[in-house]
Design a protein around this ligand. Structure first.
Ligand code: UGA
Length: 434
């Protein structure tokens, strides 16, 4: 199969490299010529474990290439994927579809081969596929084509594994020949028995939002249970295990923490709210989730302040982990941003360390002093707060950490350590829901 990816960002690049690894011939296209030059030199625009090696081996094998030229790239393709960004629109939180529609317009005049499938992989509100189809038909009325929805379910930091061993592949289209093309595109996974679920295009578009909103709800639910545990003297990890063992609930996404962040949950829950409002159908649970998660991030800053006795003016606080989760350098909507702001507002001096995110973080958090290691950050600090559960922080020498500090407060927002071991190292230890 010959495939073009329009957009070589996170989703386009990972998907393109994985499709090439299946044996398809793939070209990843991007408007950003500098990005394409770097990709040709095997320099990745994002940090994703294993991606550089996967890209290199497929480029070397001649199956994967990069280009800025849409016209040449789509020639002879069986499937052209739209994988451009759909950020939150400034002001109202709706998904900004300008990149998707611009890509559709470009494809409308670029595609000449009959029976090309245009696949929307970008996360787009229900009905976007209809609009993409209309745009292409208007410019190119003679062309036989189909617009298919095929949402991605990749987690940053685990994207290659998620692509190659998905729980399911969702394909939204009622056009039988287009379904056949998608069957062929995903055949290697299909043979591994990953279920290929065919739905209507609109159902497929909604599945993406419903999945992310449900996962965000699960996290927010357990976070609220954690707050309740603290008041009731219960342990949220036991509660998670106790409910998660029920197959109907499932044990995943029940880790209490500082609230969800990242490029997907915050943006997609907001966009779903907008869609629901536009159709005068309240989705009150998602509304509550969005609000609870927003409030939680600053509350986590206050939790650190409370652990220090309530007045942190002039105190040094060291944060470990700034990215919204481990194995990424992504700072988008990271809880650390609100936490830092709360601490700075209260007059604290904030130092931080992150294994991959400090360069990105420094752009957003210019007042934070970046350290070369966790121990360096902790030097003379009154408190250390663990914000993101990077592997590098899972086996810290707690005695050494404590010895470096001026104070003794350890706030563990990811429940990585056991209370007894932290206390044995001399810490005044605070965690979440325990
Ligand atoms: C999420 C979904 O998991 C993917 O399936 C989806 O494809 C992706 O969004 C997307 O729409 O593109 P991602 O944002 O990369 O993936 O990260 P997650 O691993 O889902 O974590 C999101 C946030 O939830 C993080 O801040 C994480 O720390 C938090 N989280 C997750 C918890 O606080 N507790 C949990 O139990 C799980």
């Amino acid at each position: 199969m010959k495939i073009a990816m329009i957009g070589s960002g996170y989703v386009g690049l990972v998907s393109g490299a994985c499709f090439a690894d299946f044996g398809h011939e793939v070209v990843c296209v991007d408007k950003d010529a500098a990005k394409i030059d770097r990709l040709n030199a095997n320099i990745m625009p994002i940090y994703e474990p294993g991606l550089d090696a996967l890209v290199k081996s497929n480029v070397d094998a001649g199956r994967l290439s990069f280009s800025t030229d849409v016209l040449r790239s789509v020639k002879g393709c069986d499937a052209v994927f739209i994988a451009v960004g759909t950020p939150s629109r400034r002001g109202d939180g709706h998904a900004d579809l300008s990149y998707v529609y611009a890509a559709a317009e470009e494809l409308a005049s670029a595609i000449i081969d009959p029976r090309t499938v245009v696949v929307t992989k970008s996360t787009v509100p229900v009905g976007t596929g209809d609009e993409v189809e209309r745009i292409i038909r208007e410019t190119n009325p003679q062309l036989e084509f189909a617009v298919v929805s095929n949402p991605e379910f990749l987690r940053e930091g685990a994207a290659i594994g998620d692509f190659k061993r998905p729980d399911r592949i969702v394909v939204g289209s009622d056009v039988e020949w287009a379904r056949d093309v998608m069957r062929a595109v995903y055949r290697p996974l299909f043979l591994n028995e990953s279920p290929l679920l065919f739905t209507s295009r609109r159902s497929s578009e909604l599945i993406k939002y419903a999945a992310n909103a449900f996962l965000a709800t699960k996290i927010t639910f357990i976070n609220e249970m954690a707050d309740l545990c603290e008041k009731l003297g219960a342990n949220v990890q036991d509660v998670s295990r106790g409910i998660g063992l029920d197959n109907r609930i499932g044990s995943k996404f029940l880790h209490a923490g500082p609230g969800y962040g990242g490029s997907c949950f915050p943006k997609d829950t907001l966009a779903l709210l907008k869609t629901a409002q536009d159709h005068e159908t309240p989705v009150r649970i998602v509304e509550a989730v969005v609000q609870a998660n927003d409030l939680r991030k600053r509350a986590m800053g206050r939790k650190i302040i409370t652990a220090l006795g309530g007045d942190v003016r002039g105190m040094k606080i060291a944060l470990l982990g700034l990215t919204f989760k481990p194995n990424t350098d992504d700072m988008r909507d990271a809880p650390s941003i609100a936490i830092v702001q709360t601490l700075l507002d209260a007059g604290a001096i904030v130092h931080a360390h992150d294994p991959e995110g400090m360069e990105e973080a420094a752009k957003i958090l210019p007042d934070v002093i970046m350290a070369s290691s966790a121990y360096d950050a902790a030097k003379n600090a009154h408190a250390v707060a663990l914000i993101t559960e990077w592997d590098a922080y899972r086996a810290l020498d707690l005695k050494k950490l404590h010895a470096a500090m001026a104070g003794d407060v350890l706030v563990d927002l990811r429940n990585i350590y056991r209370t007894e071991e932290a206390q044995a190292a001399g810490f005044n230890y605070v965690s979440v829901g325990r």
